[in-house]
Design a protein. Structure first.
Length: 341
């Protein structure tokens, strides 16, 4: 890169007829002109990368991969994820440790129960996210305080990682279903009201929660068909076709059967639960489209659905609004459960 060349210096100030302010303005204009020239040269020397063949809609492979990688659209994601953990730890310091119980035979099949300490409390079960790879329920505990103040139980199950199943999503789905069934069957032992069970999910947790809504609860678990009274799903995936084409296929073993059976949007006839769907405006185009399309499909099928958009929130910040009674997700959960914090 060549050095910038400035115009010849003006006459000494003692003999100049121009005011100092005018000389400053002229010098600034000269710098801007030279800088603009350098920018134009750089642009000519480094042309934008050509777009590759379309893979999905109008996206090439890189665009599609980025559209299923929220970190590309949320530069503060590490900071926010750390807040999940620190806010959860601070909450436990205030309200105490949860009851921890096993819902299945493997060590990971455990859940945390945060109780308001009163009988017949409504139950809220949250399925956490993490691109199907992260599984730390303890870091998603921070909404518990809001729900406890409103008189509700908050239950967060852990489940396996797709990295530990050889890329198979089905074990995760089955564990989520079993965790919900266990919670309902054992609700009375920790003060829960089995007639008021609600569900939420975030990111890949919304995908898993959405698939759980397709469960034949009576046939598979001997529970009422309407065991889940409502669900709030944020920033999720509801049809796996585009996901299968993305870089996520490098660690998820997609098959035609998996794509079909675990695409909630393709099984609207099985959904019996009123839904609230939400996304933030700073999420990736595909996560926004997935939520929008699922909401439209539900509405067209005459299913009860509410579609919410949170202005100026990215993907990871959306989850934080769950812990706030005035945040988008916190308010949605409380209104759906008909309780007040």
């Amino acid at each position: 890169m060549t050095d910038l060349e400035f115009p010849a210096q003006a006459k000494p100030a003692a003999t100049s007829t121009e005011s100092p302010s005018r000389r400053i303005v002229l010098a600034g204009m000269a710098v801007a002109a030279v800088a603009g020239s350098v920018d134009r040269v750089a642009a000519q020397q480094s042309p934008a990368a050509e777009k590759g063949p379309k893979v999905w809609l109008d996206m090439d492979q890189k665009e599609l991969d980025d559209a299923y990688d929220q970190t590309k659209y949320a530069p503060n994601f590490q900071q926010v994820m750390k807040r999940y953990a620190s806010n959860s730890a601070a909450m436990r310091a205030r309200v105490g440790e949860p009851t921890r119980a096993s819902y299945g035979p493997t060590p990971i099949e455990r859940l945390e129960i945060y109780s308001p300490g009163r009988p017949n409390a409504p139950i809220h079960i949250h399925i956490h996210g993490g691109a199907w790879r992260q599984r730390h329920a303890t870091d998603y505990a921070f909404p518990a305080e809001m729900l406890m103040h409103a008189g509700a139980l908050y239950v967060v199950p852990d489940f396996t990682s797709v990295d530990e199943t050889g890329g198979d999503l089905m074990p995760m789905v089955e564990q989520v279903r079993r965790s919900i069934a266990w919670t309902v069957r054992n609700a009375q032992s920790f003060g829960g009201d089995v007639t008021r069970v609600y569900l939420s999910g975030f990111s890949s947790g919304s995908h898993l929660a959405g698939v759980a809504l397709l469960t034949d609860w009576r046939k598979d678990f001997g529970l009422p068909d309407d065991v889940i009274r409502g669900a709030v799903l944020s920033s999720g995936l509801y049809d796996l076709k585009a996901v299968r084409l993305s870089a996520r296929s490098k660690y998820v073993q997609f098959t035609d059967e998996i794509e079909e059976s675990l695409s909630t949007q393709r099984h609207l006839d099985k959904i019996r639960t009123p839904l609230v769907l939400a996304h933030g405006t700073y999420e990736t185009p595909e996560f926004k489209r997935q939520t929008r399309d699922f909401a439209a499909a539900l509405k067209a099928a005459n299913k009860p659905v509410q579609f919410l958009i949170n202005e100026n929130y990215n993907h990871f910040e959306m989850m934080e609004t769950f812990g706030n009674p005035y945040g988008l997700l916190g308010r949605a959960v409380l209104e759906q459960m008909q309780i007040n914090a």
